[in-house]
Design a protein around this ligand. Sequence first.
Ligand code: SF4
Ligand code: SF4
Length: 75
Amino acid sequence: MPLTNQRVDVPVIVDESKCLEKCVACIEVCPLDVLAKDPETGKAYMKYDECWFCLPCEKECPTDAITVKIPFLLR
Ligand code: SF4
Ligand code: SF4
């Protein structure tokens, strides 16, 4: 899977101001294992640019920090 270069240009955007440092809910629930914690900030981010748009990450986040940008063609 391709590593992401830019965190703003991936399908899953994490609002770092809302992400809880101790939480790993989105990472555990993702079937593709594409989400990870930034070891420096403790915030979640999309590590690999691959997504099934299945949405459990967005639903399970306790603080609504995740936005999944569903591509127009899949809507
Ligand atoms: S939408 Fe699904 S595949 Fe994409 S990051 Fe969230 S849980 Fe993972
Ligand atoms: S589920 Fe939400 S609060 Fe928890 S790690 Fe993911 S983005 Fe952060």
